[in-house]
Design a protein around this ligand. Structure first.
Ligand SMILES: *Cc1c(COP(=O)(O)O)cnc(C)c1O
Length: 360
């Protein structure tokens, strides 16, 4: 039989491991099933013998891993009779909430920090018809407002404090283990609210508990230096970083993430904005993979720990690339150093431009 069954999303694929029944109406856009790409050039550039894989979550339907959680959260909200969902967001949660609400035929309300959201993400929330409420405050302020208002209005919160979000997101770990036929030695992620690192740890433990694999990874969480409450050991009130998706000072999954660190013998560390942007550019230039700045934090940190030997040679490492580079074209264009020129529309001028730039 040359045909395989059509892939129709992660709830259908993992329905035995997710809280749904045969009667549940699934709200799906075909999320999950993202590529696990082995890096060819960067390990050589670092000069270390390591296997680095990137899980390219930017290839989800709205361009970030948030779709994995949102398909579950919106499916359950609809099942429970909800007509509206709400979230605070640095951008990607609002894009996913807007799309899945549109798919379900319900209303999405999204609170975003005015002026601090990447343009691609804002365009998504607007196009999918969400009610966009810009607040004169950061994500953490928005999150508190969402928690307060949900007590008084008929709306379901779809931030990662909604337990169904993490259930959906744990499936990324399932996919990785199925492809590698084991858990990796190290799994590096960018950390904002720390929901995703906690969800991956749940997924790894679940397959290990059920004997599908018999190892567990060391979990490593990287934050942006200006926004690193896990490094400071306390909440940060005015987080700042170019990686707007992880510009979060009061992580909602604080306890879960510390448990993940302790149980997996992992660690947290921080990367500067310069390191983050350099890793983003390196992935794009040397591997052909375009992720948004926050996503590159996982690789930036991993490269540093590989160079220092903290992650030893011979290791199998997975770095999650949480969101697509097209989400934030402004930051990309600003830091690009690729040659760009304007010339006359003549054969001579174009030929000269080619010959002048042939050798780099
Ligand atoms: C949401 C998000 C993160 C952070 O994930 P948490 O679960 O909040 O730790 C990182 N990168 C991108 C692109 C995101 O959208």
């Amino acid at each position: 039989m040359p045909f395989r069954p059509r892939y129709t999303g992660l709830i259908e694929k993992y329905r035995d491991r997710l809280p749904v029944t045969d009667d549940t109406r699934l709200i799906s856009l075909g999320e999950g099933n993202t590529p696990l790409i082995r890096l060819n050039n960067i390990p050589k550039l670092i000069g270390k013998n390591v296997d680095i894989y990137v899980k390219y979550e930017g290839l989800n339907p709205t361009g970030s891993f948030k779709d994995r959680g949102m398909t579950m959260a919106v499916t359950k909200a609809v099942e429970e009779g909800s007509k509206a969902i709400i979230c605070a967001s640095t951008g990607n949660t609002s894009a996913a909430a807007a799309a899945y609400a549109a798919r379900a035929g319900i209303t999405a309300f999204v609170l975003i920090p005015e002026g601090k959201i990447a343009l691609g993400k804002l365009s998504q929330a607007m196009m999918h018809g969400a009610v966009v409420i810009q607040i004169k405050g950061n994500f953490d302020v928005g999150m508190q407002l969402v928690k307060d208002v949900a007590k008084e209005a008929p709306v379901t919160i779809v931030n990662s404090i909604n337990p169904y979000r993490l259930q959906g997101q744990k499936t990324a770990a399932f996919e990785i283990m199925e492809e590698l036929e084991c858990a990796p030695d190290f799994h590096c992620l960018p950390v904002g609210n720390a929901g995703n690192i906690s969800a991956h740890w749940m997924g790894y433990k679940e397959y290990n508990d059920h004997g599908i694999v018999n190892n567990l990874p060391v979990m490593v969480g990287f934050q942006a230096s200006g926004s690193a409450p896990f490094m400071r050991g306390e909440m940060v009130d005015n987080p700042e970083t170019v990686a707007t998706a992880i510009r979060i000072g009061h992580p909602q999954s604080w306890d879960k993430a510390w448990a993940c660190q302790k149980e997996s013998n992992g660690w947290f560390d921080e990367c500067t904005d310069e390191e983050i942007l350099a890793a983003q550019k390196m992935l794009a230039m040397k591997e052909g993979i375009f992720c948004e700045p926050a996503s590159a934090t996982s690789l930036a940190g991993a490269m540093r720990d590989i160079k220092s030997g903290k992650i030893p040679e011979g290791s199998k490492i997975v770095c999650t690339l949480t969101g697509h580079g097209l989400k934030d074209p402004d930051t990309a264009i600003k830091q690009s150093t690729s040659p760009m020129m304007t010339v006359d529309a003549t054969m001579d001028a174009v030929k000269k431009a080619i010959l002048d730039n042939l050798v780099h």
